[in-house]
Design a binder for this molecule. Structure first.
Ligand SMILES: [Zn+2]
Length: 439
């Protein structure tokens, strides 16, 4: 029961949002009355019907924030292990996790190639839980990506990046986790994923989910990567340094976090469809704000995955500029500015300059917009601080079907073996029968 609220609560929450929006919007002169909103005079007074009971209820203390225990778990004098600039800071990233694997891999109406794409790039909830447990058991501790590097000014007066020395508890190894595409794209909602993040009645982050078999909509903390990590950290507060959780890598073209906050520039200002579109968009923007706020309060941060999930290695400078400004307008305006860019498809702009300083205009332009950390995707841990410009490039490792199955060449029991043995993680009972290349 603790982890599964009923549809009634979901409806109450939805109603609560409607009401607060009506309150914020104000002045809807002559506008249609919200059919769901009870009239103000129908709301019972708080103590209605309590005439027989003269003793007032004491006002309960607001409950302590359970996350405080995470934030303050390690005291400064316990952080005695210096993790220097030459020591690896590992980085794992996940796509949204599959809540209903049997549906996603076998029963949903998507094409076979789409289902195999889910197999390639996603993990199931069970696999994700096992990965978290394994990295925790092996001594990793979550750190904020923003704390790993910082900018400084050198003797020549130029700004450059440097790897920081992290102060950790003895025996722990630092780990960054990022989550790509936490946008709840409509196509995923058909394929057995959760549908949005919300703040529950208890003030905590929950995921809204619709069971694909019964169409029942409910709130859960067990079927979505974000509240699962929240719960894991509450249960294992030593897994987080200073309350760090993970960083979201967000696009903007379908809104963010399950809210359709994106603009549609094809609807002209004088289009008759514009007022309704704007009103709905504004409602979604207001609805996502408390979710962003609670995430920020509890150790989550935000980076850019470009607005349109564009391939930066093939787009023109003009397209990259337009896309970047749109992300700032539609996503950065809600989650705040970021210095971190996660390349869609792992594709670097200006070719593969990972071993030298040979980047070009596009990389320079992105850097000039405030990006300092540029994250691609790789199969081994990699990061490089640039010497000629204030920037860091790095790779992220990707636990998913491709790596859990072993990949071409079958070297993969060795892949990621610092985190887990993939034979213990992969759920071959539910995944499609695509074989493995490990023995
Ligand atoms: Zn992506």
């Amino acid at each position: 029961m603790k982890h599964k609220l009923t549809r009634t609560l979901a409806l109450l929450l939805a109603l609560g949002l409607t009401l607060s929006l009506a309150a914020c919007g104000g002045g809807t002169e002559g506008g249609p009355k919200q059919p769901d909103a009870p009239a103000a005079d129908a709301t019972p007074a708080p103590d209605a019907g309590s005439d027989a009971d003269p003793t007032p209820e004491p006002t309960p203390e607001p409950p302590a924030d359970p996350y405080d225990a995470v934030r303050h778990y390690w005291s400064e004098d316990q952080l005695t292990q210096a993790w220097g600039p030459d020591q690896v800071v590992e980085h794992l990233f996940f796509h949204p996790v599959i809540a209903y694997p049997q549906w996603a891999f076998h029963e949903c109406p998507s094409s076979q190639s789409q289902k195999e794409g889910l197999d390639d790039w996603m993990v199931t909830v069970d696999e994700y839980n096992k990965i978290l447990q394994s990295v925790y058991d092996r001594g990793y501790i979550l750190v904020a990506m923003e704390d790993v590097w910082s900018e400084y000014t050198n003797e020549a007066g130029e700004t450059r990046m440097r790897r920081n020395t992290l102060m950790l508890p003895e025996g722990k190894k630092p780990l960054i986790i990022s989550f790509d595409d936490v946008n709840y794209y409509p196509y995923m909602l058909e394929e057995g994923f959760t549908s949005k993040l919300v703040v529950g009645e208890d003030g905590q982050i929950w995921a809204e989910c619709t069971d694909p078999y019964t169409q029942e909509t409910f709130l859960t903390q067990e079927l979505d990567a974000t509240p699962i990590l929240d719960q894991f950290v509450l249960e294992h507060p030593d897994f987080s340094l200073n309350g760090a959780k993970a960083i979201f890598s967000l696009t903007g073209y379908e809104g963010i976090l399950g809210y359709r906050t994106q603009n549609d520039i094809d609807i002209a200002a004088d289009d008759p469809a514009r007022p309704a579109f704007d009103a709905n968009r504004q409602a979604e923007i207001e609805a996502v704000k408390p979710v962003i706020q609670r995430l920020k309060e509890t150790g989550w941060t935000f980076g850019s995955h470009t607005w349109g999930h564009i391939n930066l290695s093939t787009r023109s400078m003009e397209q990259i500029q337009r896309d970047t400004l749109r992300w700032e307008e539609e996503v950065g305006s809600l989650v705040g500015p970021t210095s971190i860019l996660f390349y869609p498809h792992g594709a670097r702009p200006d070719g593969d300059h990972d071993q030298n300083e040979g980047y070009g205009d596009q990389f320079r332009w992105l850097q000039s917009q405030g990006f300092r950390i540029f994250a691609s995707v790789g199969i081994s841990s990699f990061s490089q601080v640039k010497t000629g410009i204030s920037a860091v490039i790095c790779d992220r490792l990707h636990p998913d079907g491709t790596t859990l199955r072993g990949g071409p060449g079958g070297k993969a029991v060795g892949w990621y073996s610092q985190f887990y043995d993939c034979r213990d993680i992969i759920d071959l009972d539910v995944r499609p029968n695509l074989g493995v290349t490990w023995q």
